[in-house]
Design a binder for this molecule. Structure first.
Ligand code: GDP
Ligand code: MG
Length: 354
């Protein structure tokens, strides 16, 4: 059994389809993004690696294909082929240019080995995705309120389920607010998740005022002294203006109950949506003040390089990545872990990285 296979989820596990796996899964003691230790860190990492598997495989095959023999002369033809490969990871032309130029200036006219190339790519990707470690902002006391926004279908509701599962597994109490009242199915979907995970939910039903649902959810979390309140929102309304007004109103009613809330406004991006998806979400984040990104569906793409343009174009940190459809399929984002997960098995680890 290979290393990847050992990390793969046991699909034959009957608990998985019933959802039991998620409710009894390994508890994580550490707070995401903060000072994680041992097991918790390892399990976030294993999930990240699993989520990046498709991208790693492509990278592995493509880089190997550049080398017809053990050492290859680094000429223009090699650089062109390398460039094509980099662009295919969805990292964007700016990043691909930068990597190609660095490799050209380091190695042009010399014989290079696969390891040289991978080490340079790895270093550059690490540099391009680096961000300050920003743990989830928590309320100094009382409930931490997290608002979740993003375009339709990006993965908001599923990410809320994952966050709720994460907090619950840390022993924290969670109240969900079903603020996407635009579609009836949205409340239903979040209600099913809340039952499956075992957390409280406040709903309003289709057509209800989402701000009033958010208000009641935050009020409920104050009353029940919950640790976290997570508010879902609609991703699409008749007009963009309408949507933005609705989101501001939700913010205002939340702040009426807890002045420094929402403590986080997380923008959910779909990793499979490509460059167009990014620019669509960019317009969205310009209009709503967001504090961090959840990059969902990283497991659904071989183009995990998309994280680079995301890091470049959004002035906020990527806090979590979604790596599947189960509640436990969430990992914290850390650029060192990201490149490590991407390159593990392809290039020797620098001694300092783990
Ligand atoms: P919303 O409209 O933004 O609330 O998006 P949903 O949470 O309803 O998700 C849209 C679809 O994407 C659903 O079919 C989810 O199961 C799927 N999805 C969400 N996150 C992930 C993920 O991390 N990985 C995969 N493979 N699918 C996901
Ligand atoms: Mg939804």
């Amino acid at each position: 059994m290979g290393f990847f296979d050992r990390l793969r989820k046991p699909t034959a596990d009957p608990a998985e389809s019933s959802g039991d796996r998620d409710m009894t899964g390994t508890p994580e003691q550490a707070d995401p993004g903060s000072h994680e230790q041992g097991g918790a860190k390892r399990s976030w990492f294993a999930r990240l690696k699993q989520g990046l598997k498709k991208t790693t495989q492509i990278l592995n095959t493509d880089v190997r294909d550049l080398f017809r023999r053990e050492g290859e002369l680094l000429d223009q033809a090699f650089l062109d082929r390398l460039y094509g490969l980099l662009v295919r990871t969805d990292m964007g032309v700016t990043a691909a240019d930068a990597i190609r130029d660095e490799i050209a200036s380091d190695f042009r006219g010399r014989v290079v080995h696969m390891e040289d190339i991978l080490t340079t790519i790895r270093g550059k990707i690490q540099e391009l995705t680096a961000q300050d470690e920003v743990p989830l902002r928590r309320a100094p006391s009382g409930p931490t309120v997290i608002m979740v926004v993003g375009v339709n279908g990006s993965g908001k509701t599923t990410s809320i389920a994952k966050l709720a599962h994460h907090f619950k597994s840390q022993g924290q109490s969670v109240v969900l607010g079903a603020g996407d009242t635009y579609r009836a199915a949205a409340t239903e979907q979040l209600t099913i998740w809340s039952q499956r995970i075992g957390v409280e939910i406040v709903t309003g039903g289709q057509g209800a005022d989402p701000a009033s649902v958010a208000h009641r959810a935050v009020a409920r979390s104050l009353e029940s002294q919950a640790d976290v309140c997570i508010v879902d929102t609609a991703g699409r309304l008749q007009t963009q203006l309408n949507l933005m007004e609705q989101l501001s109103k939700i913010r205002r009613v939340i702040a009426k109950l807890i002045p420094d809330a929402p403590h986080e406004v997380l923008l959910v991006l779909d990793a499979t949506a490509g460059q167009n998806g990014i620019s669509q979400a960019k317009g969205f984040s310009d209009a709503v003040e967001c504090t961090g990104i959840v990059l969902a569906k990283l497991d659904g793409t071989a183009k995990g390089g998309v994280i680079i343009p995301i890091r470049q174009q959004f002035g906020m940190p990527v806090k979590y990545v979604g790596v599947g459809e189960q509640p436990s399929d969430l990992a914290t984002f850390d650029s060192a872990h990201f490149v490590e997960a991407l390159f593990e098995g392809l290039v020797p680890q620098p001694a300092s990285s783990r």
